[in-house]
Design a protein around this ligand. Sequence first.
Ligand SMILES: *[C@@H]1O[C@H](CO)[C@@H](O)[C@H](O)[C@H]1NC(C)=O
Ligand SMILES: *[C@@H]1O[C@H](CO)[C@@H](O)[C@H](O)[C@H]1NC(C)=O
Ligand SMILES: *[C@@H]1O[C@H](CO)[C@@H](O)[C@H](O)[C@H]1NC(C)=O
Length: 165
Amino acid sequence: MAFQTYSLLVLSVFMISFGHVENRSNLLQLQNDIDKLKADFNSSHSDVADGGPIFTDKLSSWTERNEKRIILSQIISMYLKMLEKTDKSKAHVRNISEELHTLKESLSDGSQKIEDLKNLTKLEMSDLKVQRKAVNELFSVLQKLRDTSSSPKRKRSQFQRLCKC
Ligand SMILES: *[C@@H]1O[C@H](CO)[C@@H](O)[C@H](O)[C@H]1NC(C)=O
Ligand SMILES: *[C@@H]1O[C@H](CO)[C@@H](O)[C@H](O)[C@H]1NC(C)=O
Ligand SMILES: *[C@@H]1O[C@H](CO)[C@@H](O)[C@H](O)[C@H]1NC(C)=O
């Protein structure tokens, strides 16, 4: 329960920070709807603060716009999953779900990247054919470091020194 209750507190922050909610009256409407959802989920119970936030503290280390779109797309999916089991006869639940669905669609590039990551974890690295492909691609993979080179103060890997990236 604590997961669900706390997560509601940060919902409005995502929607607002992503600029999906354009004007003030929509924003007030959304806050109003979320307040009703908080009541449904008992989000004012004292255990809500136990253990700290579940989403907001993680978001702070995702700073680039494209990075944020990845993690937000995942978090929005989690909200939608949570709301699937909620009473859809309530107008505020429908309103919030609709808003989240729209938001999720607008983050489709983020969802795609999550799928890429999930697919990567499924790769069978013990498979000899996969290994051949992997070794064949190794240099190209390392070359990608050029695009993502870190701060010059940090210790550079041998590859980074070789390729002056
Ligand atoms: C909210 O709290 C009430 C009373 O404490 C309880 O009956 C109800 O099941 C709770 N609802 C949820 C979703 O936890
Ligand atoms: C749901 O959204 C519509 C349009 O934004 C609004 O008119 C209506 O009052 C909202 N319903 C609830 C229960 O918040
Ligand atoms: C993930 O892997 C499946 C099966 O290999 C493939 O059909 C699908 O297109 C892949 N998805 C992405 C996003 O690459």
